[in-house]
Design a binder for this molecule. Sequence first.
Ligand SMILES: Cc1cc2nc3c(=O)[nH]c(=O)nc-3n(C[C@H](O)[C@H](O)[C@H](O)COP(=O)(O)O)c2cc1C
Length: 373
Amino acid sequence: MKTPTLFTPLQLGALTLSNRIVMAPLTRMRAGMPGNIPTALNATYYRQRATAGLIVTEATPISATGHGYFHTPGIHTPAQAEGWKLVTDAVHQAGGKIFLQLWHVGRQSHNDLQPGGALPVAPSAIASGGQSPVAPGIFKTQPVPRALETTEIPTLVDDYRHAAALAQIAGFDGVEIHAANGYLLEQFLSDHANVRTDRYGGSLANRARLLLEVTAAVTAVWSGERVGIRLSPANTFGGIQHKDRLGTYRHVVNELNPFKLAYLHLVEPRVAGNSDLDTFDDTLSSHHFRELISGDTRLISAGGHSRASGVQTVESGQADAVAYGRQFIANPDLVARLATDAPLNSYDRTSFYGGAGQGYIDYPFLSPQPSVT
Ligand SMILES: Cc1cc2nc3c(=O)[nH]c(=O)nc-3n(C[C@H](O)[C@H](O)[C@H](O)COP(=O)(O)O)c2cc1C
Protein backbone atom coordinates (compact mmCIF):
# COMPACT_ATOMS: atom_id res chain seq x y z
CA MET A 1 0.00 0.00 0.00
CA LYS A 2 1.26 3.49 -0.85
CA THR A 3 2.68 5.52 2.06
CA PRO A 4 0.30 8.44 2.71
CA THR A 5 1.84 11.74 1.56
CA LEU A 6 1.54 13.03 5.18
CA PHE A 7 4.55 10.86 6.03
CA THR A 8 6.70 11.98 3.08
CA PRO A 9 9.19 14.88 2.86
CA LEU A 10 8.16 18.45 2.07
CA GLN A 11 10.17 21.42 0.85
CA LEU A 12 9.08 24.27 3.12
CA GLY A 13 10.90 27.45 2.12
CA ALA A 14 14.60 26.84 2.80
CA LEU A 15 13.94 23.63 4.75
CA THR A 16 13.39 20.05 3.67
CA LEU A 17 11.08 18.49 6.25
CA SER A 18 11.27 14.73 6.73
CA ASN A 19 7.47 14.52 7.01
CA ARG A 20 4.46 16.87 6.85
CA ILE A 21 3.52 16.60 10.51
CA VAL A 22 4.08 19.86 12.36
CA MET A 23 4.11 20.25 16.13
CA ALA A 24 1.76 23.19 16.71
CA PRO A 25 2.84 26.03 19.00
CA LEU A 26 1.90 25.13 22.57
CA THR A 27 2.24 27.46 25.55
CA ARG A 28 3.33 25.38 28.54
CA MET A 29 4.48 28.07 31.03
CA ARG A 30 7.51 26.25 32.37
CA ALA A 31 10.33 28.75 31.73
CA GLY A 32 13.11 29.26 34.25
CA MET A 33 12.48 32.14 36.66
CA PRO A 34 13.52 34.85 37.18
CA GLY A 35 14.13 36.08 33.67
CA ASN A 36 11.66 33.86 31.72
CA ILE A 37 14.59 31.80 30.41
CA PRO A 38 14.30 28.35 28.77
CA THR A 39 16.03 25.57 30.70
CA ALA A 40 17.27 22.00 30.27
CA LEU A 41 13.74 20.82 31.15
CA ASN A 42 12.35 22.66 28.14
CA ALA A 43 15.16 21.25 25.96
CA THR A 44 14.21 17.70 27.02
CA TYR A 45 10.54 18.32 26.13
CA TYR A 46 11.33 19.61 22.65
CA ARG A 47 14.01 16.98 21.99
CA GLN A 48 11.46 14.25 22.76
CA ARG A 49 9.28 15.64 19.95
CA ALA A 50 12.05 16.18 17.37
CA THR A 51 10.68 13.59 14.94
CA ALA A 52 8.02 16.12 13.92
CA GLY A 53 8.78 17.39 10.41
CA LEU A 54 8.82 20.85 12.02
CA ILE A 55 8.41 22.03 15.60
CA VAL A 56 6.91 25.48 16.14
CA THR A 57 7.76 26.55 19.69
CA GLU A 58 5.34 27.86 22.23
CA ALA A 59 4.43 31.52 21.72
CA THR A 60 7.38 33.63 22.88
CA PRO A 61 7.07 37.32 23.86
CA ILE A 62 9.21 39.72 21.83
CA SER A 63 9.35 42.35 24.57
CA ALA A 64 8.65 42.84 28.26
CA THR A 65 5.23 44.31 27.41
CA GLY A 66 4.44 41.27 25.25
CA HIS A 67 3.90 38.93 28.22
CA GLY A 68 0.39 37.96 29.31
CA TYR A 69 0.86 34.63 31.11
CA PHE A 70 3.17 33.75 33.98
CA HIS A 71 6.42 31.80 33.36
CA THR A 72 6.39 32.05 29.57
CA PRO A 73 9.86 32.06 27.98
CA GLY A 74 10.80 35.31 26.21
CA ILE A 75 13.04 36.29 23.31
CA HIS A 76 13.97 39.83 24.26
CA THR A 77 17.11 39.37 26.39
CA PRO A 78 20.49 37.78 25.59
CA ALA A 79 20.00 35.34 28.50
CA GLN A 80 16.74 34.11 26.93
CA ALA A 81 18.54 33.55 23.60
CA GLU A 82 21.19 31.54 25.52
CA GLY A 83 18.45 29.48 27.12
CA TRP A 84 16.80 28.81 23.77
CA LYS A 85 20.19 27.59 22.47
CA LEU A 86 19.80 24.58 24.79
CA VAL A 87 16.53 23.83 23.04
CA THR A 88 17.70 24.32 19.44
CA ASP A 89 20.88 22.28 20.06
CA ALA A 90 18.86 19.42 21.56
CA VAL A 91 16.37 19.38 18.67
CA HIS A 92 19.09 19.60 16.02
CA GLN A 93 21.11 16.81 17.65
CA ALA A 94 17.98 14.65 17.43
CA GLY A 95 17.63 15.50 13.71
CA GLY A 96 14.70 17.92 14.08
CA LYS A 97 13.87 21.38 12.77
CA ILE A 98 12.47 24.18 14.92
CA PHE A 99 10.91 27.62 14.35
CA LEU A 100 10.31 30.13 17.15
CA GLN A 101 6.81 31.66 17.43
CA LEU A 102 7.09 35.47 17.90
CA TRP A 103 4.37 36.80 20.20
CA HIS A 104 2.98 39.99 21.66
CA VAL A 105 -0.23 39.53 23.66
CA GLY A 106 -1.37 43.17 23.45
CA ARG A 107 -4.45 43.66 25.62
CA GLN A 108 -4.53 40.01 26.75
CA SER A 109 -2.40 40.81 29.78
CA HIS A 110 -2.59 42.30 33.23
CA ASN A 111 -0.64 45.00 35.08
CA ASP A 112 0.86 42.29 37.31
CA LEU A 113 2.77 40.98 34.28
CA GLN A 114 3.75 44.36 32.85
CA PRO A 115 6.97 46.33 33.50
CA GLY A 116 6.39 48.73 36.39
CA GLY A 117 2.81 47.47 36.84
CA ALA A 118 1.73 49.57 33.84
CA LEU A 119 -1.41 48.92 31.79
CA PRO A 120 -1.07 46.46 28.88
CA VAL A 121 -0.85 48.10 25.44
CA ALA A 122 -3.28 47.59 22.56
CA PRO A 123 -4.56 49.26 19.39
CA SER A 124 -7.38 50.93 21.34
CA ALA A 125 -8.55 51.30 24.94
CA ILE A 126 -11.05 48.41 24.67
CA ALA A 127 -10.90 45.50 27.10
CA SER A 128 -10.86 41.88 25.90
CA GLY A 129 -13.28 40.72 28.58
CA GLY A 130 -10.90 37.86 29.42
CA GLN A 131 -8.65 36.91 32.29
CA SER A 132 -4.89 36.46 32.61
CA PRO A 133 -3.13 33.76 34.63
CA VAL A 134 -0.74 36.05 36.53
CA ALA A 135 0.66 33.38 38.88
CA PRO A 136 0.03 29.67 39.45
CA GLY A 137 -3.68 29.28 40.25
CA ILE A 138 -4.38 33.05 40.10
CA PHE A 139 -6.42 34.63 37.29
CA LYS A 140 -7.11 38.37 37.07
CA THR A 141 -9.48 40.25 34.80
CA GLN A 142 -7.65 41.94 31.95
CA PRO A 143 -7.99 45.72 32.37
CA VAL A 144 -8.93 48.32 29.78
CA PRO A 145 -5.56 48.61 27.98
CA ARG A 146 -3.68 51.74 26.98
CA ALA A 147 -3.90 52.60 23.28
CA LEU A 148 -0.47 52.75 21.67
CA GLU A 149 0.57 56.19 20.42
CA THR A 150 1.31 56.33 16.69
CA THR A 151 4.85 57.37 17.60
CA GLU A 152 5.31 54.13 19.59
CA ILE A 153 4.61 51.83 16.63
CA PRO A 154 8.13 52.01 15.10
CA THR A 155 9.55 50.87 18.46
CA LEU A 156 7.07 47.98 18.55
CA VAL A 157 8.08 46.91 15.03
CA ASP A 158 11.70 47.19 16.09
CA ASP A 159 11.00 44.88 19.03
CA TYR A 160 9.93 42.21 16.52
CA ARG A 161 13.10 42.82 14.49
CA HIS A 162 15.24 42.56 17.64
CA ALA A 163 13.50 39.34 18.72
CA ALA A 164 13.94 37.86 15.23
CA ALA A 165 17.67 38.66 15.43
CA LEU A 166 17.92 37.04 18.88
CA ALA A 167 16.18 33.96 17.45
CA GLN A 168 19.02 33.70 14.93
CA ILE A 169 21.59 33.90 17.72
CA ALA A 170 19.61 31.19 19.54
CA GLY A 171 20.06 28.84 16.57
CA PHE A 172 16.49 28.50 15.30
CA ASP A 173 15.80 27.38 11.72
CA GLY A 174 13.32 30.21 11.26
CA VAL A 175 10.48 32.08 12.95
CA GLU A 176 6.68 32.12 12.87
CA ILE A 177 4.88 35.44 13.39
CA HIS A 178 1.93 34.87 15.73
CA ALA A 179 -0.96 36.84 14.24
CA ALA A 180 -3.65 34.47 15.55
CA ASN A 181 -5.77 33.75 18.62
CA GLY A 182 -6.69 37.30 19.57
CA TYR A 183 -3.24 38.64 20.41
CA LEU A 184 -1.78 42.02 19.42
CA LEU A 185 -1.53 41.58 15.65
CA GLU A 186 -5.05 40.15 15.41
CA GLN A 187 -6.31 42.95 17.68
CA PHE A 188 -5.06 45.43 15.07
CA LEU A 189 -6.83 43.50 12.29
CA SER A 190 -10.17 43.52 14.12
CA ASP A 191 -12.52 46.46 13.48
CA HIS A 192 -13.93 45.83 16.95
CA ALA A 193 -10.67 45.87 18.97
CA ASN A 194 -9.12 48.55 16.76
CA VAL A 195 -10.96 51.88 16.46
CA ARG A 196 -7.87 53.98 15.79
CA THR A 197 -8.10 57.01 13.56
CA ASP A 198 -4.44 57.06 12.47
CA ARG A 199 -2.85 55.05 9.63
CA TYR A 200 -3.10 51.84 11.72
CA GLY A 201 -6.89 51.93 12.07
CA GLY A 202 -10.06 52.49 10.05
CA SER A 203 -9.74 50.96 6.58
CA LEU A 204 -8.80 47.32 6.11
CA ALA A 205 -5.51 48.42 4.55
CA ASN A 206 -4.76 50.47 7.66
CA ARG A 207 -5.70 47.69 10.11
CA ALA A 208 -3.42 45.25 8.24
CA ARG A 209 -0.53 47.75 8.15
CA LEU A 210 1.10 46.72 11.45
CA LEU A 211 1.13 43.03 10.49
CA LEU A 212 2.72 43.89 7.14
CA GLU A 213 5.29 46.20 8.76
CA VAL A 214 6.18 43.46 11.24
CA THR A 215 6.47 40.95 8.38
CA ALA A 216 8.77 43.34 6.51
CA ALA A 217 10.95 43.79 9.61
CA VAL A 218 11.17 40.06 10.32
CA THR A 219 11.87 39.10 6.69
CA ALA A 220 14.66 41.67 6.64
CA VAL A 221 16.37 39.62 9.38
CA TRP A 222 15.45 36.15 8.11
CA SER A 223 14.66 35.81 4.42
CA GLY A 224 11.01 35.05 3.66
CA GLU A 225 11.87 31.38 3.06
CA ARG A 226 12.54 31.03 6.80
CA VAL A 227 9.47 32.89 8.01
CA GLY A 228 5.91 31.66 8.49
CA ILE A 229 2.77 33.39 9.78
CA ARG A 230 -0.05 32.00 11.88
CA LEU A 231 -3.57 33.35 11.27
CA SER A 232 -6.92 32.30 12.74
CA PRO A 233 -9.68 33.73 10.50
CA ALA A 234 -12.50 32.30 12.65
CA ASN A 235 -11.04 33.10 16.06
CA THR A 236 -13.19 34.62 18.80
CA PHE A 237 -10.76 33.95 21.68
CA GLY A 238 -9.63 37.17 23.37
CA GLY A 239 -12.94 38.88 22.62
CA ILE A 240 -12.15 39.18 18.91
CA GLN A 241 -14.92 40.22 16.53
CA HIS A 242 -14.80 41.23 12.85
CA LYS A 243 -17.59 42.58 10.65
CA ASP A 244 -16.17 40.78 7.61
CA ARG A 245 -13.84 37.93 8.49
CA LEU A 246 -13.54 36.49 4.99
CA GLY A 247 -12.79 39.88 3.43
CA THR A 248 -10.26 40.71 6.13
CA TYR A 249 -8.32 37.50 5.80
CA ARG A 250 -8.47 37.38 2.00
CA HIS A 251 -6.87 40.83 2.03
CA VAL A 252 -4.18 39.73 4.50
CA VAL A 253 -3.30 36.58 2.53
CA ASN A 254 -3.05 38.60 -0.71
CA GLU A 255 -0.86 41.25 0.91
CA LEU A 256 1.48 38.61 2.38
CA ASN A 257 2.23 37.05 -1.03
CA PRO A 258 5.03 39.51 -1.99
CA PHE A 259 7.05 38.42 1.07
CA LYS A 260 7.45 34.90 -0.42
CA LEU A 261 7.02 33.31 2.99
CA ALA A 262 7.82 29.68 3.75
CA TYR A 263 4.25 29.08 4.88
CA LEU A 264 0.90 30.31 6.12
CA HIS A 265 -0.30 28.42 9.16
CA LEU A 266 -4.08 28.64 9.36
CA VAL A 267 -6.14 27.59 12.36
CA GLU A 268 -9.33 25.80 11.30
CA PRO A 269 -12.70 27.20 12.46
CA ARG A 270 -13.56 23.95 14.27
CA VAL A 271 -11.31 24.94 17.22
CA ALA A 272 -11.30 28.03 19.43
CA GLY A 273 -8.01 28.56 21.26
CA ASN A 274 -7.33 25.19 22.85
CA SER A 275 -10.84 23.67 22.63
CA ASP A 276 -13.13 22.08 20.04
CA LEU A 277 -16.37 23.66 18.78
CA ASP A 278 -19.58 21.84 17.83
CA THR A 279 -20.68 24.39 15.25
CA PHE A 280 -18.48 26.56 13.07
CA ASP A 281 -18.35 28.56 9.86
CA ASP A 282 -16.82 26.32 7.20
CA THR A 283 -16.38 29.25 4.78
CA LEU A 284 -13.38 30.19 6.94
CA SER A 285 -11.68 26.77 6.60
CA SER A 286 -8.06 26.98 5.49
CA HIS A 287 -8.58 25.43 2.07
CA HIS A 288 -10.74 28.38 0.99
CA PHE A 289 -7.64 30.59 1.22
CA ARG A 290 -5.40 28.22 -0.73
CA GLU A 291 -6.24 29.63 -4.15
CA LEU A 292 -5.04 33.06 -2.99
CA ILE A 293 -1.57 31.88 -1.95
CA SER A 294 1.04 32.40 -4.66
CA GLY A 295 4.48 31.00 -5.40
CA ASP A 296 6.09 28.35 -3.22
CA THR A 297 4.45 29.43 0.04
CA ARG A 298 3.03 26.34 1.72
CA LEU A 299 -0.21 25.99 3.63
CA ILE A 300 -0.29 24.31 7.07
CA SER A 301 -3.70 23.38 8.47
CA ALA A 302 -4.11 23.23 12.27
CA GLY A 303 -6.91 22.36 14.62
CA GLY A 304 -8.75 19.22 15.59
CA HIS A 305 -6.83 16.88 13.31
CA SER A 306 -6.94 13.11 13.69
CA ARG A 307 -4.76 10.67 11.78
CA ALA A 308 -7.51 10.23 9.19
CA SER A 309 -8.14 13.95 8.69
CA GLY A 310 -4.41 14.67 8.48
CA VAL A 311 -3.88 12.00 5.84
CA GLN A 312 -6.95 13.14 3.90
CA THR A 313 -6.09 16.87 4.11
CA VAL A 314 -2.67 16.36 2.55
CA GLU A 315 -3.74 13.62 0.11
CA SER A 316 -6.54 15.81 -1.28
CA GLY A 317 -4.18 18.78 -1.65
CA GLN A 318 -6.20 20.95 0.74
CA ALA A 319 -2.98 21.69 2.66
CA ASP A 320 0.71 20.81 2.33
CA ALA A 321 1.22 19.90 5.99
CA VAL A 322 -0.85 19.38 9.12
CA ALA A 323 -0.16 20.68 12.63
CA TYR A 324 -1.12 18.74 15.74
CA GLY A 325 -1.30 20.42 19.15
CA ARG A 326 -2.89 18.50 21.99
CA GLN A 327 -1.83 15.14 20.55
CA PHE A 328 1.80 16.27 20.60
CA ILE A 329 1.51 17.19 24.27
CA ALA A 330 0.59 13.60 25.12
CA ASN A 331 2.55 11.76 22.41
CA PRO A 332 6.21 12.70 22.06
CA ASP A 333 6.52 10.08 19.30
CA LEU A 334 3.33 11.17 17.54
CA VAL A 335 4.88 10.73 14.10
CA ALA A 336 5.74 7.07 14.74
CA ARG A 337 2.31 6.46 16.23
CA LEU A 338 0.47 8.03 13.29
CA ALA A 339 2.71 6.28 10.78
CA THR A 340 1.95 2.86 12.30
CA ASP A 341 -1.63 3.73 13.29
CA ALA A 342 -0.71 2.90 16.90
CA PRO A 343 -2.93 3.99 19.81
CA LEU A 344 -2.39 7.48 21.21
CA ASN A 345 -1.84 8.47 24.85
CA SER A 346 -4.60 10.75 26.08
CA TYR A 347 -3.71 14.24 27.25
CA ASP A 348 -4.21 15.60 30.74
CA ARG A 349 -5.57 19.16 30.61
CA THR A 350 -4.70 19.85 34.25
CA SER A 351 -0.98 19.84 33.44
CA PHE A 352 -1.14 21.87 30.20
CA TYR A 353 -0.01 25.10 31.84
CA GLY A 354 2.70 25.57 34.46
CA GLY A 355 4.41 23.13 36.79
CA ALA A 356 7.51 21.07 36.13
CA GLY A 357 8.20 17.74 34.45
CA GLN A 358 4.92 16.02 35.32
CA GLY A 359 2.55 16.11 32.35
CA TYR A 360 5.40 17.61 30.34
CA ILE A 361 8.28 15.18 29.77
CA ASP A 362 6.79 12.00 31.25
CA TYR A 363 4.32 10.92 28.56
CA PRO A 364 5.35 7.41 27.46
CA PHE A 365 6.85 6.55 24.10
CA LEU A 366 5.70 3.45 22.24
CA SER A 367 7.32 0.41 23.81
CA PRO A 368 10.22 -0.90 21.76
CA GLN A 369 8.95 -3.63 19.47
CA PRO A 370 10.10 -7.11 20.59
CA SER A 371 12.79 -8.38 18.27
CA VAL A 372 11.87 -11.42 16.19
CA THR A 373 14.26 -14.32 16.79
C1 LIG B 1 -1.95 23.92 25.97
C2 LIG B 1 -2.11 24.69 24.69
C3 LIG B 1 -1.31 25.78 24.45
C4 LIG B 1 -1.41 26.48 23.24
N1 LIG B 1 -0.52 27.50 22.98
C5 LIG B 1 -0.50 28.09 21.77
C6 LIG B 1 0.52 29.03 21.44
O1 LIG B 1 1.44 29.30 22.22
N2 LIG B 1 0.46 29.62 20.21
C7 LIG B 1 -0.53 29.31 19.30
O2 LIG B 1 -0.52 29.87 18.20
N3 LIG B 1 -1.48 28.41 19.59
C8 LIG B 1 -1.47 27.78 20.78
N4 LIG B 1 -2.40 26.80 21.05
C9 LIG B 1 -3.31 26.35 19.99
C10 LIG B 1 -2.68 25.15 19.25
O3 LIG B 1 -1.52 25.51 18.55
C11 LIG B 1 -3.68 24.51 18.27
O4 LIG B 1 -4.04 25.46 17.28
C12 LIG B 1 -4.93 24.00 18.97
O5 LIG B 1 -4.58 23.21 20.11
C13 LIG B 1 -5.80 23.15 18.06
O6 LIG B 1 -5.04 22.06 17.55
P1 LIG B 1 -5.23 20.57 18.15
O7 LIG B 1 -6.67 20.23 17.95
O8 LIG B 1 -4.32 19.72 17.30
O9 LIG B 1 -4.83 20.60 19.57
C14 LIG B 1 -2.35 26.10 22.27
C15 LIG B 1 -3.19 25.01 22.54
C16 LIG B 1 -3.07 24.30 23.72
C17 LIG B 1 -3.92 23.08 23.94
